[in-house]
Design a protein around this ligand. Structure first.
Ligand code: ATP
Length: 568
């Protein structure tokens, strides 16, 4: 994305609040107009009041200045309230937009990005982008007005000194441009270092058990040091650049004032100008030089915002899951993989021309060695990924043409990688579905969780991703979840790997009872289950090499024989 495009998108953000911006600019124009009168009043206070000895006029003019100051303060308050409102709305809008998008992103985004990195990037970018509603941005809109007024004021007082002020403008432009360029460069680098650190942080905290078990704390500390030093260095550079920018700016203004004082003093001594006029002139000159700083500072401010804006919109442009279907109720039907091939990475196929029929209500086991593509089939059936070629059909419909939420309502997955929210067992099982406790308890009984529930109750909070539960207990919650949600297709991905023998029998029993009518797909090597299912699909290196019942395959299929030997 080009800088121009980033600025355009930022302005679009502000475009929604046109009416409020008009009020803010109105407030600023009124206060700028009032401010423009102040030097002329000051000149009269000095020349006619103090030097001319007119006490009454002096008091009146001082009171007028006071009234102007009070009105300006009130206007400032109204303007600030409106501005903070816009800023808060932009922040909410961007946060909501990015959260919605994040939830709809394809799962491959999460393969390479951890939560800490995502949160860090989104927060940082939104904070930066919200500063587009910074007071200086609105202030700048009125600056042209202030500048014109200032130049007119200067010409009224003395044209020679005015030319000196105008000569100052191009010099200031060059200096400010340099700072803006430098700022953008450092900000770009800062964003990269910060992102690298957040990624490293999320990864390291996620692996804290490994850090302890393998005693690699020292190495992690070294990495921390390096990452932090890089970030701090960039922050230091940015702060120092900010300081240099401010100092250079005020030095240049000071230099100009000095020249004006010297030239003004000469004119006063030559009796060509009054003392009040010199002071009024210097105030007006700040009405010209101030806006130049403000206008050019926008470039400096934007140079900090643009890198974040680019990253934010690059994130927003990431592909979301496709949902072509129109909302419609779906009916259970045969599920069919037709010539399905799939590659996670270009040209590296992990499934090749796979044909499998999961007849409605049938029970299928998928077997194969590690990496043969079993979980990938589940990923495609749950539409976490789309086939690279081929189709998956539900009855006569291609599932990619079906409405995504409705399709997902058809499928439950009981996986070895179940995620549990840091909430009660009840809420983890029901997942926002309103279910009577009696039914939840029955599901717990069917999943073998009954004894544990008696011990701790359904209100037991499971901890971060179920950290306060055993692997088997987590899987039983996953099973209870599937039973409660009662979907027509149930997939078990090595679901019994963590459960004890007693529970395993119980789960097998469900195939004949609660799951009898459902289409069940099981990834397992357990003989008891393989013996029970209607068909076993044998996968080898992404290809279906055999298909049949246990009796048909045992002794004949080499892969099945090897597996049976291994599991005993
Ligand atoms: N997100 C991914 N990105 C790239 N490659 C992947 C991804 N997930 C899996 N793979 C690769 O795809 C292949 C099939 O993996 P898959 O998880 O489907 O195998 P599996 O049969 O379920 O294995 P296991 O029995 O070990 O669970 C493997 O070679 C794996 O390295």
């Amino acid at each position: 994305m080009s800088n121009k495009e980033a600025v355009r998108r930022l302005l679009l953000l502000l475009g929604k609040y046109k009416k409020t911006i008009v009020v803010i600019v109105g407030c600023l124009l009124v206060s700028t107009g009032l401010n423009l009168c102040v030097p002329l009043i000051s000149r009269r206070i000095m020349d006619d009041g103090f030097i001319g000895g007119n006490k009454k006029l002096l008091i009146e003019l001082v009171l007028v200045s006071m009234v102007i100051y009070t009105i300006n303060s009130l206007i400032d308050l109204i303007k600030e309230k409106k501005r903070v409102d816009i800023s808060a709305k932009i922040q909410y809008f961007l946060s909501e937009q990015s959260f919605s998008h994040l939830m709809k992103l394809r799962v491959n985004y999460f393969n390479n990005t951890n939560y800490a990195e995502t949160l860090n990037n989104i927060n940082m970018d939104i904070n930066q982008m919200t500063s587009v509603a910074d007071s200086s941005v609105f202030f700048v809109i009125t600056q042209a007005f202030s500048m014109t007024g200032g130049i007119i004021g200067l010409f009224i007082i003395d044209f020679r000194m005015t030319i000196l002020v105008l000569l100052f403008i191009p010099i200031k432009c060059v200096v400010m441009k340099y700072f803006a360029k430098k700022q953008k460069q450092i900000m770009d680098e800062f964003i990269k270092k910060n992102q690298k650190y957040a990624k490293w942080f999320g990864d390291t905290v996620g692996g804290v058990r490994e850090v302890k078990l393998f005693n690699i704390l020292d190495r992690k500390h070294e990495e921390f040091d390096q990452n932090q030093k890089d970030i701090i260095e960039k922050q230091k550079q940015m702060n120092m650049l900010g300081q240099w920018n401010t100092i250079t700016d005020s030095l240049m203004v000071q230099f100009l004032s000095t020249l004006l004082y010297i030239l003004g003093a000469n004119l006063v001594f030559d009796l060509q100008l009054s003392v009040g006029s010199v002071f009024a002139f210097i105030t007006y000159s700040s009405y010209v030089t101030g806006p130049i700083s403000a206008i050019l500072n926008i470039g400096y401010l934007l140079s900090g915002i643009i890198p974040s804006t680019k990253r934010y919109y690059a994130f927003m442009d990431l592909e979301e899951e496709t949902d072509n279907g129109e909302t419609a109720a779906l009916c259970p039907d045969d599920l069919k993989l037709q010539q399905v091939s799939f590659a996670y990475e270009k040209e590296k196929y992990v499934l090749k021309d796979v044909d499998i029929l999961f007849a409605k209500g049938s029970k299928t086991a998928i077997i194969g060695r590690n990496g043969s593509g079993k979980t990938t089939i589940i990923n495609l059936l749950t539409r976490m990924y789309e086939p690279t070629s081929g189709k998956i059909m539900l009855g006569t419909e291609d599932i990619s043409e079906l409405p995504l939420p409705e399709y997902r309502n058809m499928v439950s997955v009981v996986s070895q990688q179940i995620y549990l929210f840091n909430d009660t067992i009840r809420n983890n099982i029901c997942l926002y579905k309103r279910v009577d406790d009696v039914i939840v308890e029955e599901a717990c009984k069917d999943s073998g969780l009954e004894d544990f529930i008696k011990e701790v109750s359904l209100d037991y909070v499971v901890g971060q991703n179920g950290a306060m539960l055993s692997g088997g207990q987590k899987q039983k919650i996953a099973l209870a979840r599937a039973l409660i949600h009662d979907k027509p297709i149930v997939i078990f991905d090595e679901a019994t790997s963590n459960t004890d023998a007693y529970s395993e029998q119980q789960i097998n029993g469900l195939l004949d009872t609660k799951l009898k009518e459902k289409t069940v797909i099981v990834i397992t090597h357990k003989k008891e289950i393989l013996n029970k299912v209607d068909q076993i699909v044998v996968l080898k290196e992404g290809v279906v090499i055999d298909n049949g019942t246990y009796d048909e395959l045992v002794g004949k299929n080499e892969e099945l024989n090897i597996m049976m030997e291994k599991v005993g």
